[in-house]
Write a protein that binds this ligand. Structure first.
Ligand code: HXC
Length: 538
């Protein structure tokens, strides 16, 4: 569709011909006032009317008060096509700079939709790349706030080039510095791929959407009718596609969540994780003892894995990543004895905690994220296995399930695993088993480690014997064989006998043992043979 004529942005009002220092200072003040303060007032009018904050207000929410230093406020484009020569706004639609978050250095860019729709052109792209390069040089996280019409149509292929440059920076920074994206308005077309390459993407209710092709193109090409929210709103991206890791109710909450997230992360892959203050709490406490009663007697009764997690971490506090996507697996960041830890846990409340395609993808990426940033991994296991089904097989549970195996095997950070309930089949193997390189494997007496559940095992092992009888006799035989199988295999002791488990413990001992293990494992060093990179199944 044709773009409306851009509204010209006024030139700064500056004193005529500055001569001495005082004049030059006044000149600078006038320029700064026009470029930042007046532009900001104009931006507030436009953004607030849409229920959105301005690019600079967002920066102020991200950074510690007064710490933000804006770069490149005088940068503007040199495009003359389509009447652009008369419309050369300073800043060029993106605010960039650095500051501190809880006293630690962070770089950021924040797209300004009020200037040329926050679209990416040469000057805009140059600013973003420059601040990303700065983040890489100093080894600090980069936070990108997206609110943009995408590639600047007037600048043609130049804008596309900058998207590719941005993607290249994202790839090279991946696993070196934490990269966080916030979607705070439109994010469409190829613009979505930069956020997708970052570690974490946050969306905001009502104001944000992201899709590769918008509703109009979808209708034109496929005939389907849809809306921006239905196609790529926060609900779709957080629950179905898995592109978003967190959805905030508003922008304030989004930025506060990002500040919390950064608090768990080191500044870069060579740094240690930040250390929080903590109160040593000798156990068993009342909350520890509650763990002794948490696993229901009936295997068919579910419990909430969060109840276990909150009893193992400092202050019962944790930050959940991708809460609504694949809720059958839980990925959280938390602290144990003041040190960050990533927890991966099956959630028996959803699909009995079975690992399906989405759960594999989610947990594999989280394990790799933790490993890249030196965050130890605690795995809590209660898994009936990989998810069976025609749809899962056809969509590639083999390929996707392999990612999780790969991620655990590859990770060299301290890995501690606690089997609290079922650990059947591939689920046993993949969920941080000793065989994938876990450093300490614990189990509760409620653990059941076997190839399959007792009922299924008896069906396979004793098919002939069961087929030979029927009625009440069959039920009786089935019950007897199931009981025999359970006695032998539905316990942790066969695995413990082989040393696949290091300790079988009372649940109420878990917090102290896990904390002690992580303390001991801080010295862990693993060297791997040099290679270009592995070939993780994608
Ligand atoms: C130049 C743009 C622009 C763009 C918006 N504007 N998008 N200018 N290039 N891509 C300008 C508008 O002209 C307008 O200028 C101002 O920004 C606000 O836009 P509106 O349309 O009034 O806003 P709104 O109604 O909220 O609609 C938002 C929108 C729409 C849905 C994002 O602007 C839109 O459809 N824009 C084009 C999207 C697009 O096709 N982008 C290219 C995607 S391809 P004035 O002066 O009136 O304020 C891509 C490829 C990347 O990104 C490839 C990477 C590998």
């Amino acid at each position: 569709r044709s773009l409306p004529n851009p509204a010209p942005h006024p030139e700064p009002v500056v004193p005529a011909r500055p001569t001495g220092t005082a004049d030059r200072l006044a000149d600078l003040a006038a320029r700064h006032s026009e470029v930042v303060e007046v532009a900001e007032e104009r931006a507030k009018g436009r953004q607030h009317a849409k229920g959105k904050l301005t690019a600079r207000e967002r920066m102020d929410l991200l950074f510690d008060p007064g710490s933000f230093v804006e770069l490149d406020e005088f940068v503007r484009h040199r495009c003359t096509d389509f009447g652009m020569g008369d419309n050369r706004p300073y800043g060029d639609g993106v605010v960039t700079g650095y500051g501190t978050v809880d006293g630690r250095q962070v770089c950021a860019f924040s797209q300004d939709f009020t200037i040329l729709g926050g679209s990416m052109g040469e000057a805009f792209g140059g600013k973003v790349l420059k601040v990303m390069d700065l983040a890489m040089k100093i080894g600090c996280p980069i936070v990108g706030m997206n609110d943009s019409g995408g590639a600047r149509i007037q600048e043609g292929v130049v804008s596309l080039a900058y998207y590719a440059e941005l993607g290249r920076r994202n790839a090279l920074a991946s696993g070196v510095i934490p990269q966080v994206s916030l979607i705070m308005g439109p994010c469409a077309g190829g613009a979505v791929y930069s956020p997708a390459m970052t570690d974490v993407t946050v969306m905001v209710e009502d104001i944000s959407y992201m899709f590769v092709t918008g509703p109009e193109v979808v209708t034109a090409v496929t005939g389907e009718r849809t809306s921006p929210q239905d196609l790529g709103g926060p609900a779709i991206n957080s629950q179905i596609s898995g592109n978003a890791h967190y959805v905030a109710a508003d922008e304030q909450e989004a930025l506060s969540w990002v500040r919390d997230l950064l608090g768990y992360l080191p500044s870069n892959n060579l740094d240690d994780v930040p250390v929080f203050g903590f109160e040593p709490t000798p156990g068993p406490t009342e909350r520890d003892l509650q763990l002794d009663r948490i696993i229901p007697d009936s295997a068919n009764q579910a419990y909430d894995m969060h109840e276990i997690i909150s009893r193992l971490v400092d202050d019962g506090a944790f930050l959940t990543v991708q809460a609504s996507f694949a809720p059958n697996i839980i990925c959280v960041l938390a602290a144990i004895e003041g040190h960050s830890v990533g927890i991966v846990a099956n959630q028996p409340m959803f699909q009995a905690g079975a690992v399906d395609i989405d759960a594999s993808d989610k947990a594999a990426r989280f394990v790799r994220f933790c490993d890249a940033f030196n965050i130890p991994i605690l795995t809590l296991v209660d898994v009936p296995g990989y998810m069976p089904g025609i749809e899962q097989e056809r969509r590639g549970i083999i390929r996707h399930g392999a990612k999780l195996l790969y991620a655990y095997a590859e990770a060299t950070v301290p890995k501690v695993t606690v089997v609290v309930g079922k650990a059947f089949g591939g689920g046993y193997a993949v969920m941080g088993s000793k065989h994938l390189g876990a450093d300490l494997n614990l189990a509760w007496p409620t653990a059941q480690i076997a190839v399959v559940g007792a009922r299924a095992a008896v069906q396979v092992l004793h098919r002939k014997a069961l087929g030979a009888v029927d009625g009440a006799d069959r039920d009786q035989l089935q019950a007897k064989l199931t009981d025999e199988y359970e006695q032998k295999f539905s316990t942790p002791y066969v695995a413990a006998e082989r040393g696949y488990l290091d300790l079988v413990i009372r649940p109420s001992q878990t917090r102290e043992l896990v904390a002690g293990a992580l303390r001991t494992l801080r010295q862990k060093r693993v060297e791997r043979p040099n290679r270009k990179h592995g070939n993780i199944p994608l």
